[in-house]
Design a binder for this molecule. Structure first.
Ligand SMILES: *[C@@H]1O[C@H](CO)[C@@H](O)[C@H](O)[C@H]1NC(C)=O
Ligand SMILES: *[C@@H]1O[C@H](CO)[C@@H](O)[C@H](O)[C@H]1NC(C)=O
Ligand SMILES: *[C@@H]1O[C@H](CO)[C@@H](O)[C@H](O)[C@H]1NC(C)=O
Ligand SMILES: *[C@@H]1O[C@H](CO)[C@@H](O)[C@H](O)[C@H]1NC(C)=O
Ligand SMILES: *[C@@H]1O[C@H](CO)[C@@H](O)[C@H](O)[C@H]1NC(C)=O
Ligand SMILES: *[C@@H]1O[C@H](CO)[C@@H](O)[C@H](O)[C@H]1NC(C)=O
Ligand SMILES: *[C@@H]1O[C@H](CO)[C@@H](O)[C@H](O)[C@H]1NC(C)=O
Length: 554
């Protein structure tokens, strides 16, 4: 047995290190809200805006030693009050290093989440949950520690926001039969599922409704969502009720047998190449050594380093088969959804999601090389055929002539066509689904020729200062009510039109049988447009579509 008083003094000692035992804290004067979970008692912070904030809440045991490359284990029980007043370390990402000014910013012990919700909740509140999955190309958790407070405030404190960390790079996606035999494949995705199971078990204690969890992600977070839809098909426990995917990221996703070389190179680079048990050799190494070897490489036979080497693998379990094949067969969890991509101003391009990633190509053959470096299964013939669609795109200032072709073709195969396909498949399954194009240019995007670049809307959705992403400029602020209005409507009512937002129009569902329509986000000019997705040759996605199953995402 322990008393609350002793818990508090232990917590104070731990958090400030030198707190005198006589600190004037009594059980009737706790310094923050307390929640008692089955394994730990956490103390959060009450903010001036009527919300409780819980930072660095552990959802998994430290994935170190033999727990490396293994599904997250349940957290151990702790005694004493655990402070959740500071972020936990962010999972190591490529190129992300601790330094004198941020000694504990990154680490291996990183299975933490952050939670914002109203402080006036009761046991009966049953608030909907906005569950945010960070993007970062599966090599970084770029947005794991965004501040969710403004989004919750937007609902007048009638929603819970959760953002999580999950393992990335080799820590999350090292792939080999050796890993399968003595660990688990796709542990980065399993981390997300363990966090979702945690939500089922615990969110009611924060005022949340486990039956109204909506996954929201951007980029690799949305790629993950697509995988969870497939993984959740006919699988017992429902972990979420709806999804919102910003910029669905579909990089190449290979079978373990295609990636043995990856494991071998990684093991060799840290000196485990000659070990009889390479995996166990890796597990003994200090995290800093593993992190130093955490780099991208070129796929065998390819020229340039891939943007995406550490991606989910088709393990036959979590991901039973090639994702697109399963989507086409209707084998996925059918629930209401929103999917969206970027776009068109001022160059009138279909999509600018690729502008931050594309090679500065001088010739069409540079573009082909760039695509094959990232989609190694794409044959030269297929690439040439596809690129016929991208030959006559006008150049952009500051770039070599074929950069726009590289940006648009990469955007189409990686983000835009998958985004339309996800809406198509949900519509075929009879589920309400909505699709949008975000078309709010920024001064930076125009100056840098990157247009309406990837993640341009994030600082507006979360609120300036709540993310480290640059302020997109005052000319874009007018879109904030629409972004937050439609999205939080969906979280709360599974319908973006539920409570009309001033200046908004009714957002029609995407209907695959007729000409599908998507919503276009524009300041003071919300509109809709028809996408000729299904007409032969009317859209570049028609050319990419057969390749998506055959070679690209397999
Ligand atoms: C937390 O809950 C457990 C189980 O109900 C109980 O034994 C324990 O005393 C509680 N701790 C606090 C600080 O309330
Ligand atoms: C909490 O406060 C918000 C904002 O004032 C209000 O809308 C909500 O109904 C309150 N919830 C409870 C359970 O009192
Ligand atoms: C999040 O924003 C709220 C409101 O501005 C602020 O009170 C809180 O300290 C912020 N949290 C973090 C971790 O920065
Ligand atoms: C591994 O074995 C090879 C061949 O015996 C040897 O050349 C190499 O130095 C060894 N590497 C290490 C790290 O021991
Ligand atoms: C690739 O295209 C060339 C020229 O069109 C053709 O001769 C060759 O057979 C094709 N290769 C494959 C594998 O389809
Ligand atoms: C792209 O390449 C062109 C010429 O090859 C060069 O002038 C331009 O500065 C490069 N742009 C960027 C952003 O690297
Ligand atoms: C509003 O958007 C439509 C469609 O993109 C465009 O044709 C029109 O010029 C825009 N109107 C204004 C005032 O910007």
């Amino acid at each position: 047995m322990f008393s609350l008083k002793s818990l508090l003094s232990v917590a104070l000692t731990l958090s400030v290190g030198i707190a005198p035992v006589t600190a004037a804290i009594t059980p009737t004067d706790p310094s923050g809200p307390v929640v008692n979970l089955s394994y730990s008692v956490y103390e959060g912070t009450t903010l001036a805006n009527g919300q409780n904030q819980w930072l660095g809440v552990r959802y998994g045991a430290p994935p170190i030693g033999n727990n490396h490359f293994r599904k997250a284990q349940p957290p151990s029980k702790t005694s004493g009050l655990q402070s959740t007043k500071a972020f936990g370390p962010v999972c190591y990402g490529i190129g992300q290093n601790n330094g004198p000014s941020n000694p504990n910013m990154y680490g291996e012990d990183c299975l933490f989440m952050n939670i914002w919700g109203p402080s006036n909740f009761t046991r009966h509140s049953k608030l909907p949950v906005f569950f945010w999955l960070s993007g970062g190309v599966y090599i970084r958790d770029v947005d794991a520690n965004f501040n969710g407070t403004a989004l919750v405030e937007w609902t007048r404190n009638n929603m819970i926001f959760i953002g999580i960390n999950y393992r990335v790079g080799p820590f999350g996606f090292l792939t080999s039969e050796k890993v399968r035999a003595n660990g688990d494949l796709n542990v980065g995705l399993y981390d997300q599922r363990v966090a979702l199971e945690w939500v089922q078990d615990n969110i009611a204690k924060f005022g949340g409704d486990p039956d109204r969890v909506v996954l929201v992600g951007d980029s690799a977070g949305t790629g993950s969502i697509a995988v969870h839809l497939i993984a959740s098909n006919n699988r017992g426990r429902d972990l979420f009720a709806g999804v919102i995917g910003l910029s669905p990221f579909f990089p190449t996703q290979l079978f373990p047998s295609d990636l043995e070389w990856q494991f071998t190179e990684f093991a060799q680079s840290v000196g485990c190449g000659n070990a009889t048990d390479q995996l166990s050799c890796l597990c003994q190494l200090p995290d800093t050594t593993l992190h130093e070897a955490d780099v991208n490489m070129a796929y065998p036979g390819r020229i340039a380093t891939a943007l995406t080497l550490w991606t989910p693998t088709i393990d036959g379990q979590l991901i039973p088969d090639i994702p697109f094949k399963l989507l086409f067969k209707g084998k996925f969890h059918t629930i209401p959804s929103i999917w969206g991509m970027y776009t068109k101003t001022p160059w009138n391009v279909d999509n600018d999601d690729g502008s931050l990633f594309a090679a500065n190509a001088s010739t069409l053959s540079d573009v082909a090389s760039f695509l094959q470096d990232n989609y190694p299964e794409l044959s030269s013939n297929q690439t040439s055929r596809v690129l016929l669609q991208y030959q006559d795109i006008p150049p952009r200032p500051g770039f070599a002539p074929f950069y726009p072709a590289a940006a648009e073709s990469y955007a189409d195969i990686t983000f835009r066509c998958p985004g339309f396909e996800l809406s198509n498949r949900m519509s075929i399954a009879g589920m309400p689904t909505w699709n949008y194009r975000y078309n709010v240019p920024t001064q930076q995007g125009i100056a840098a020729s990157t247009g309406v670049y990837h993640m341009a809307e994030i600082p507006l959705l979360f609120g300036l200062g709540n993310t480290p992403i640059p302020d997109p400029g005052t000319a874009t602020y007018g879109i904030i009510p629409q972004l937050r209005g439609y999205f939080t409507n969906f979280i709360r009512f599974l319908d973006p039109n539920a409570v009309p937002v001033p200046g908004s129009i009714s957002w029609p569902q995407w209907e695959v049988s007729s000409n599908p329509v998507c919503l276009v986000f524009q300041v003071n000019n919300m509109t809709t447009e028809t996408i000729p997705f299904n007409s032969v040759q009317a859209d570049r996605c028609h050319v990419w579509r057969p390749l998506q199953v055959q070679v690209l995402q397999q």
